[in-house]
Design a protein around this ligand. Structure first.
Ligand SMILES: NC(=O)c1ccc[n+]([C@@H]2O[C@H](COP(=O)([O-])OP(=O)(O)OC[C@H]3O[C@@H](n4cnc5c(N)ncnc54)[C@H](O)[C@@H]3O)[C@@H](O)[C@H]2O)c1
Length: 266
C-alpha cells in the first residue's frame, strides 16, 4: 500500500503522508489518567483524546479516595498537573504503584532529587518539564547560547520577566527559574536569581500576574547603548498540552528520569 505514495510527480508531498501513516500505524495507543482536573489537565486530556488515547480516570480533590494504586495500575501513564503542595505526594503514589508519571506541576523542585534517585535505584519512569511547549524549549537553547556569548561582555546586565494569568500560585514561574539557572551556569558574574530586587551578582526576575495570560517569558540584556531581548509568548495552552502528550508517548517502554531535552534529541 505504501509504495503507492511514491509517485514520480509528487514524491515530496507523498513522502510526508507516508511518514505520517507509518507514525500512526506504529504509535502506541495508551490508557491514560489525570491527577488535577484544572485548566492544564483538561487541555492535556483533550489533546490525548485527539491523538487516539483512552481516558481511564480523572482524579481531583472531590474524588481523592479513588486515587489508589489499584486504579492507577489500570493505566499506562498518569499526567500530574495539580499544585506545588500536592505534587510530590502524588508523584510518590505513582512511583509506588509503578505507573509512569508525566508531571508539569511547578514550585516543588526542592524534592526533585528524591524522585530522580528513585527512578535510578528502583527503575521507575518519570518525566518532568517546567514547560512542555516545544517553542519554549527552543527558547532555552537560544538562551543558553546567548548567555555563553554574554559571558565576555560585562557591560550587559541581564534580567528576566515572566507574565502569567492571575490564578498562578507560584512566582517566579518554573520556566523563569530554569532560564535563570541556565544563565547562571554560563555567566561567571551571576551566581543566583532574585524576585523583584537584585544586586549585581543576582539575576532580577520580574513576575507579573495579569488577566488570563497563558505565559510569556522575556530575557533582557541591557547595556548603555542597546537592549537585546529574546521572548516567547504562548497564545494558548494547546502547545503545552501537545508537549505533555508527546512526553507520555515517548516514555512508553522506557525506565528512568526524563526531560524535554531527552524528547527533543530523539
Ligand atoms: N509544565 C507545564 O508546561 C505547565 C503548563 C501549565 C501549568 N503548569 C503547572 O501545572 C500546575 C496546574 O496548573 P493549572 O493551570 O491547571 O492549575 P488549576 O488550578 O487550573 O488546576 C489544578 C487542579 O489540581 C487540583 N488539585 C489540587 N490539589 C490536588 C490534589 N492533592 N489531588 C488532586 N487534585 C488536586 C485542583 O482542584 C485543580 O482542579 C501548576 O503548578 C502550573 O504552574 C505547568
Amino acid at each position: 500500500m505504501l509504495t503507492n505514495y511514491f509517485t514520480k510527480n509528487n514524491a515530496q508531498y507523498t513522502m510526508h503522508n507516508a511518514l505520517c501513516t507509518i507514525h500512526c500505524l506504529t504509535k502506541l495507543f495508551m490508557k491514560i489518567s489525570l491527577i488535577g482536573n484544572g485548566k492544564m489537565g483538561k487541555e492535556v486530556i483533550k489533546m490525548a483524546l485527539e491523538r487516539g488515547h483512552e481516558l481511564v480516570h480523572v482524579f481531583d480533590v472531590d474524588n481523592i479516595n479513588e486515587f489508589t494504586a489499584e486504579n492507577l495500575q489500570k493505566t499506562d501513564v498518569v499526567f500530574e498537573f495539580t499544585q506545588p503542595e500536592s505534587a510530590f505526594d502524588n508523584i510518590t503514589k505513582c512511583l509506588d504503584a509503578g505507573v509512569p508519571c508525566i508531571c508539569g506541576t511547578t514550585g516543588w523542585l526542592d524534592k526533585m532529587e528524591i524522585v530522580k534517585k528513585r527512578c535510578t535505584d528502583e527503575e521507575k519512569t518519570f518525566f518532568y518539564a517546567s514547560n512542555f511547549s516545544i517553542g519554549v524549549n527552543i527558547l532555552f537553547e537560544i538562551n543558553k547560547k546567548l548567555a555563553q556569548l554574554m559571558n565576555n561582555y560585562s557591560n550587559y546586565d541581564v534580567s528576566i520577566e515572566e507574565t502569567h494569568h492571575i490564578h498562578k500560585l507560584d512566582a517566579p514561574s518554573g520556566t523563569a527559574i530554569y532560564i535563570a539557572n541556565q544563565i547562571i551556569s554560563e555567566i561567571d558574574r551571576k551566581n543566583s536569581w532574585k524576585l523583584d530586587q537584585a544586586n549585581n551578582k543576582e539575576i532580577k526576575i520580574n513576575a507579573v500576574r495579569e488577566d488570563e495570560v497563558p505565559g510569556t517569558h522575556t530575557v533582557i540584556y541591557d547595556s548603555d547603548v542597546d537592549f537585546i531581548e529574546i521572548k516567547h509568548s504562548a497564545k494558548n495552552r494547546r502547545g503545552l498540552a501537545f508537549g505533555a502528550v508527546l512526553a507520555a508517548e515517548y516514555v512508553q517502554n522506557k525506565k528512568g528520569f526524563f526531560t524535554m531535552q531527552d524528547l527533543l534529541k530523539n
